[in-house]
Design a protein around this ligand. Sequence first.
Ligand code: ZN
Length: 239
Amino acid sequence: MRYLILSDIHGNLEALQAVLAQAEGQYDLILNCGDLVGYGPDPNAVIETCRQRCAFVIRGNHDKASAGLSDLDWFNPVARASAVWTADALLKENLEWLRNLPPGPAEVEDFHLVHGSPADEDEYIVSIPDARDAASQAGVALSFFGHTHLQGGFEVHRENARAIPPDWVQVGNGSVWLINPGSVGQPRDGDPRAAYAIYNSDTRSVTYERASYPIETTYRKILGAGLPEMLGIRLFRGL
Ligand code: ZN
C-alpha cells in the first residue's frame, strides 16, 4: 500500500492543492498527522478537502485549540489570535468534526500516526535526546509525526540515534523510525515549498517530497482575513 503522509496543513489551501496535484497517482490512501487549521486563511476548505480525501486524520494542538478543547494561555500572541480567528471562521459542521478528531497514536497496518510524540500529542521531537525518549515510548517500529514543521526525522537504534536527511529512507529492522513528512502549509526548515512524504508499506521505503505553490495568493488571503501579516511573510521564507 502506498500512503501519502500529510501534516500541519494549517489552513493553507493553495499548499494542500499543490501537494494533491503533484502526488496524484502515486498513492492509494492519504494519512494526516494533524494541525489542519490555525495560522492559515482557509480552515473550512482545508477541513472539507481532508474530510473527503483522507483515510485517517488525528488532531493536532491547533485543531484542539481552535475547537475550544484546550485553553490558549500557552500559545504565543500570534498563534492565539489565529486560533480565535479560526474558531470564529469555522462553519458549525466543520467545528463539530474538528472537535471529534481522535488524538494520536492512530494505528495503520503496523505503524502509528502521532502529532507531537508517541506519549504526548503536544510534545516536540526536535533533538537526538527527544528522539531517544520518543523511541522508548513508541511501542512500534515506525511512527509518523508532525508538530515541528521540519521534514526528516530520526532513526533510533538502542542507545544510538541519528537525524534522517529528508530524501529517501529504507525502513530497516532493529531500529525505531520516527518520520516527519514536514509541514504542508507552513514549512519551517528554510524551504518554503509545501512538504509531504510517501510511504510504501510493501517496500518499506519513504520518499520526502516538496511542491511549489502560489505563496502570494495565500499571503493576500491572510491579509484580507485580518490575520497577523507575519503569518504571510514567514511563508515566503519557509521559517
Ligand atoms: Zn503545526
